[in-house]
Design a protein around this ligand. Structure first.
Ligand SMILES: Cc1cc2nc3c(=O)[nH]c(=O)nc-3n(C[C@H](O)[C@H](O)[C@H](O)COP(=O)(O)OP(=O)(O)OC[C@H]3O[C@@H](n4cnc5c(N)ncnc54)[C@H](O)[C@@H]3O)c2cc1C
Length: 584
């Protein structure tokens, strides 16, 4: 019998696995997708090869890319952007790592308190989470982003709006700042040359400014896996978990990729283990554990729960989905902006009570994808109902023809702004089991529905769109377009929410399931709400650290550690030596 089984090796799962293994527990980490053991040779900067949602390296599907991706039932115009494989969706992520807004937590007493979704606050205070944030920020590590011309343009526009410069990690007022991100700052030749031959470790260290954050990140070439620039969990927490017996007196995690969990085993209201299916040969295995942690992501965790027939007495499993109702605005400039260079998104603006704006400079394929994904029809030709916050733009909708050519002819004259809305928890937005599409080899598939947005969510989004237009104009854009994204589902949260009230939550204040003991959740689905708008992964990882500590104390008789110890950074020499010795 294992001490702990963790399901899912994405943003949250490896955090729990590493923390508990470092304290000597026997942890099994199951991942449905590929192991990506040879990522430097397996991954590619060719965007279609990397990102194609049907056939790409980074898709939600099996490691055998001749097989189709795993299906989801999506009955609305939307794009669900998730990755299977060790690292999960952090393989794609931009590594922006802001803390959540304090207004999303129970202890907030600011004058603007009513601007937040106070019916669905976290069941503990922001101040309680700060030591866990600090722990993760040192482990990953999180640093102030390296910036270039696109950030200069963005921050110049933000300053012209009359907003102050935020210098704290804690968001208190509407303000701009460089991102705090989990990308190592450049050293040596990195960031100083485009000559690939010179951008090799150890001459180059940290971010090489290649501009390919979403395509995994193997920069700088030939670096040990734990010294790759972008701190996906594939690079940070997973190498630490696999070598916990070497860099600390713990026990190495057993990681099994190609393993799709299909049932949570319980007995008398207590979890007993997990049954999983080997994706390559179809064999099923059951292992027992004292504790199980679900971290299969905000779509698959509720699916697994429902497919396992676990109790759901208040019908809250899968409900309350938040997604930040993202949008995208792009300005075209008369001169160089360097949009395709450096960390994808290295500057931001936060608007407490509304959400945020962040500069987004994706590579050409993704830029083209973003400019043609709209809920407003084709810009300038027909219109499916452009939203109201379109004043000041030259066009709203999907770009085609001459305008698309103009924007795409030189993406280094663009500045993109991603708009992140603080959206309200609504029970009708949810993940459920599909009754219309056929089950796959792992049972009935997930159906994700977003039938409603609260009036307040819509109002916040329009406010932010107006601010984005103002920023781009102030920065010197000569043409500004608003795409009006349909659901671009890459920040997904709160489908297994922690909550204060038993009636509208699945997890208690320690992230343990209310209905099955010893069963915890440690991915984005555990988040109580949309966090006020900041990107979610750092908060999920802080929460996962807290959850690991709760598990250790409650079920293994251990002592809490976060308040008394200093974390070992994933780039520490001891970890590098352990990673090299283990041949990772
Ligand atoms: C393009 C892009 C950019 C982003 N940028 C940012 C950013 O800058 N900052 C930020 O905070 N967030 C960002 N995100 C979001 C971020 O990726 C997620 O918040 C984070 O990965 C969520 O972690 P998770 O553990 O909930 O899910 P995931 O990371 O999706 O991990 C879930 C894992 O579980 C596995 N799995 C699923 N079902 C099963 C099963 N039944 N059995 C076994 N394994 C299973 C999956 O294969 C996957 O590996 C971005 C996302 C995208 C797509």
């Amino acid at each position: 019998m294992r001490d702990v089984i963790v399901v899912g090796a994405g943003g949250g799962g490896p955090v729990v696995a590493k923390e508990l293994a470092a304290r000597g527990l026997d942890v099994l980490l199951l991942e449905a997708g590929a192991g990506f053991e040879h990522s430097e040779s397996e991954w590619s900067h060719f965007e279609n090869e990397a990102n194609n949602p049907a056939t790409g390296i980074f898709r939600f599907g099996p490691s055998d890319r001749t097989q189709p991706p795993w299906a989801r039932d999506l009955p609305q115009n939307c794009f669900l952007w998730q990755t299977a494989g060790v690292g999960g969706s952090t393989l794609h992520y931009f590594a922006n790592s802001p803390r959540a807004m304090p207004g999303a937590f129970s202890d907030y007493i600011g004058a603007d308190v009513d601007a937040y979704d106070r019916d669905h606050v976290a069941p503990f205070g922001y101040r309680e989470l700060i030591p866990y944030y600090e722990w993760v920020e040192q482990t990953l590590p999180v640093q102030t982003a390296a910036m270039g011309t696109k950030e200069e343009r963005f921050l110049h526009g933000a300053a012209k709006l009359g907003l102050p410069h935020q210098t704290s990690k804690d968001i208190t007022v509407a303000a701009f700042r460089p991102q705090e991100n989990a990308i190592l700052q450049p050293h040596g030749t990195a960031g100083r040359t485009g000559d690939r031959k010179k951008l090799v470790y150890p001459r180059a260290q940290g971010c090489t400014f290649c501009g390919h954050c979403p395509q995994g990140c193997v920069e700088p070439r030939r670096s040990p896996r734990n010294l790759r620039a972008k701190r996906s969990t594939h690079t940070s927490y997973v190498p630490m978990a696999l070598t916990a017996d070497r860099w600390t007196r713990g026990k190495a995690v057993t990681l099994v990729p190609d393993s799709f969990a299909v049932r949570v085993e319980t007995d008398g209201g207590v979890v007993r283990g997990i049954t999983w299916r080997n994706v390559r040969n179809g064999a099923t295995t059951t292992e027992q554990a004292k504790v199980v942690v679900l971290a299969a992501g905000p779509v698959e965790t509720p699916r697994l729960w429902l497919n396992s027939g676990l109790p759901n007495p208040n019908d809250q499993v899968g409900r309350g989905l938040t997604d930040h109702y993202l949008d995208y605005l792009v300005g075209r400039f008369p001169s160089y902006t360097g949009s395709s260079k450096g960390p994808t998104s290295a500057a931001r603006l936060d608007f407490p009570g509304f959400g945020g704006l962040e500069q987004a400079g994706v590579s050409p394929g993704l830029q083209g994808q973003a400019l043609t994904s709209s809920d407003s029809g084709i810009a300038g030709f027909y219109d499916h109902g452009a939203p109201v916050g379109t004043w000041g733009t030259d066009a709203v909708g999907r770009l085609v023809g001459e305008r698309l050519k103009r924007f795409m002819s030189n993406i280094d004259r663009l500045v993109g702004v991603a708009l992140i809305t603080d959206d309200d928890v609504l029970p009708e937005n949810r993940v459920m089991l599909s009754m219309t599409m056929a089950p796959d080899a792992h049972g009935p598939i997930a159906r994700l529905v977003i039938p409603a947005r609260s009036p307040r969510t819509l109002k916040r989004r329009e406010y932010l769109a107006g601010r984005a237009v103002g920023l781009l104009r102030a920065a010197g854009a000569t043409e500004v377009i608003r795409v009006n994204f349909p659901g671009l589902l890459l920040h997904l949260h709160s489908t297994m929410r922690m909550g204060i009230r038993q009636a509208d939550s699945v997890l208690d204040s320690d992230a343990e399931s209310r209905w099955v003991k010893r069963l915890f959740v440690a991915d984005n689905s555990a988040l109580p709400n949309g966090l006020g708008g900041p990107n979610p992964t750092l908060t999920t990882q802080a929460l996962a650290t807290r959850t690991a500590e709760k598990i250790f104390v409650r079920y293994f008789g251990g002592d809490p550690w976060v308040a008394h110890e200093s974390p070992v950074s994933s780039v520490d020499d001891t970890v590098t030596q352990a990673v090299l010795a283990a041949g990772l």
